[in-house]
Design a protein. Structure first.
Length: 183
């Protein structure tokens, strides 16, 4: 059921795109194997649902904000909205440690995403992972790590190719970049 819900959320998000819709495909069509590999991994992560999609969307949005990928913030904010994140959760990402908008588990997930994305990290990844394993299974942590790592890859690829936002989040609250944190 989660996979169907997430798939529907992606369809709704892409249905909101109003501009720059072919930026990424326009680049990747030149390298069909890279396009197929990207589509395959996106599908695998979409269908991997041991971890609550709400937590995955939150972690991916944090990584996108840290890397400052405008396209990723656009789609990520839209998917966050569809997965049930509140406006406060989207706008308070930069100050999640002290925000009352997040549960302790959500703060741990955000710390994990930050520790994986920011280089060098002020957070101890091993310590955060140990705390996560007290609340999540190893398969859930593996899925979270894969989602955050892929968001980093996705965001950096989009930036390198100049993929622009499509307007998916227009009319919704949108996460803001956190420049200067991710190197």
């Amino acid at each position: 059921m989660r996979a169907m819900t997430r798939t529907w959320n992606y369809i709704k998000a892409f249905g909101r795109a109003r501009k720059n819709q072919s930026d990424l495909v326009g680049w990747l069509i030149r390298r069909p194997l890279v396009l197929l590999g990207t589509m395959f991994y996106e599908t695998v992560l979409l269908l991997s649902n041991r971890l609550d999609p709400h937590l995955k969307e939150l972690a991916e949005l944090k990584a996108a904000a840290l890397v400052n990928c405008q396209f990723c913030l656009d789609i990520g904010s839209t998917l966050a909205h569809y997965s049930g994140l509140t406006e406060a959760q989207v706008t308070e990402l930069p100050k999640y440690q002290t925000s009352a908008a997040y549960s302790e588990l959500e703060k741990l997930v955000l710390s994990f995403a930050e520790a994986m994305t920011v280089t060098p990290s002020a957070l101890d990844l091993e310590e955060v992972r140990t705390e996560l394993l007290k609340r999540l299974s190893k398969s859930q942590v593996a899925e979270l790590a894969a989602a955050v790592a892929w968001e980093n890859q996705r965001a950096r690829l989009n930036q390198a190719l100049g993929v622009r936002p499509t307007g998916m989040a227009e009319g919704m609250v949108c996460a803001l970049p956190e420049p200067g944190k991710a190197l």
